[in-house]
Structures are given as structure tokens and as C-alpha cells.
Design a protein. Structure first.
Length: 90
């Protein structure tokens, strides 16, 4: 478990979430907005594709964005947890 927290902490530092208290909260809110838009009709973009290859490319792009959003959310949650633990120690 510590290994995963270390990896997520490293991701948070590399994405710049540790520079400010609010950055991780903003990133988590952004991921929430992304998922809300996706649930409320974000897949309509597939109707614009005219060929099967275009649909496949769009699906791969969506998969990459979803995976990135999960990584950002996990790093933001780890950073917010670290900040909360630091405040409790003081």
C-alpha cells in the first residue's frame, strides 16, 4: 500500500499538485466535471464519425482520456489526503 501511495505522490508532484493547497481540489473538481459531461451525453461525438476507422480512433482517444482522468483523480486524492494528515499533525 505504501508503494502505491508513493507512486501517486510522485505523480502528484510531477503534475504540480503539491505547489498549492487548492490545485488538487481543482483537479479533482475538473475530473468530476469531465465525468459529468461524459455521463450526460459525451458519447454523442461518436455519431459525428462517418467511418468505422474514425469511430475506432475516437474510442481510443476516449480511452486514453478516461485513463488519464483516473490517474489525475487518484493523484489529487492522495495529495488531499496528505494535506489533511499534515494539518492533523500540527
Amino acid at each position: 500500500m505504501d508503494q502505491w501511495q508513493g507512486l501517486l505522490a510522485q505523480c502528484a508532484r510531477s503534475m504540480g499538485f503539491d505547489r498549492g493547497r487548492n490545485r488538487a481540489a481543482y483537479a479533482l473538481a475538473g475530473v468530476g466535471v469531465f465525468w459529468a459531461v461524459g455521463l450526460l451525453g459525451g458519447l454523442r461525438i461518436l455519431h459525428l464519425a462517418t467511418s468505422p476507422m474514425a469511430i475506432l480512433v475516437l474510442l481510443y482517444v476516449m480511452l486514453a482520456v478516461v485513463a488519464l482522468s483516473l490517474v489525475v483523480a487518484a493523484a489529487a486524492v492522495a495529495q488531499l489526503g496528505r494535506q489533511a494528515a499534515e494539518r492533523r499533525r500540527r
